[in-house]
Design a protein around this ligand. Structure first.
Ligand code: GAR
Length: 204
């Protein structure tokens, strides 16, 4: 068996997508990659507890400890390189990355976004806000997208996408939960496996 891809998951909040990845590793859906590191830009993120419970190394890096976004992203990139990370997964990481950062890890960063890109995406569209806007617009179908991250927020090449129905009476919270359950928690682990397998294959 070839060495697995070393995966780092970047988080800011609850970490249900991180949990889906951890569960997929345990169940064998992810077999080509291993989550070796979880980095949070929020020291109170519950995602950190999930990582610790599963024996995964954690780190907290605060934007406020750095003079600029570029300095923060440079330090984050240095740290990920130091840890020899092959694949970076943005799983609810609420921080816009610089071009310097995305260029350093071309096609090595994937992101999950809770809408069908190119709808309801880009700067300012994150978390519940995405679902509020989708409901305000009145769309009947929303969903989730997993894509490579580049310098354009939510702009990189799409890997997987899945549509989810919007139902009468949905609140942003109800829609968020349905999209997580029916799309995000399925697509993101599958994408981690797909890209990890490609990384491992390229090495051989
Ligand atoms: C998820 O719905 C994710 O798609 C979204 O934040 C939530 C994080 O939840 N990400 C974005 O909006 C990024 N633009 P989690 O911490 O429970 O995984």
């Amino acid at each position: 068996m070839l060495d697995k891809a070393r995966v780092a998951v970047l988080v800011s909040g609850g970490g249900t997508n991180l949990q889906a990845i951890i569960d997929a590793e345990k169940s064998g859906v992810i077999k080509s990659g291993e989550v070796v590191l979880v980095v949070s830009n929020n020291k109170d993120a519950y995602a950190l507890e999930r990582a610790k419970t599963n024996g995964i190394e954690t780190a907290v890096m605060l934007r406020s400890d750095y003079g600029s976004r570029a300095e923060f992203c440079d330090a984050l990139g240095d740290f990920l390189e130091e840890k020899k990370i092959d694949l970076i997964v943005l799983a609810g990481f609420m921080c816009i990355l610089t071009k310097g950062f995305t260029d350093r890890f071309t096609e090595r960063i994937i992101n999950v976004h809770p809408s069908l890109i190119p709808s309801f995406c880009g700067e300012g569209f994150y978390g519940l806000k995405v679902h509020e806007e989708a409901l305000k617009y009145g769309v009947k179908v929303s969903g989730a997208t997993v894509h490579f991250a580049n310098e354009v927020p939510d702009g990189g090449r799409i890997i997987f996408q899945k549509a989810v129905d919007v139902l009468e009476g949905d609140t942003p919270e109800i829609l968020q939960k349905r999209i997580m359950e029916q799309a995000e928690w399925i697509l993101l682990p599958r994408a981690v496996e797909k890209i990890s397998a490609e990384i491992v294959e390229k090495r051989s």
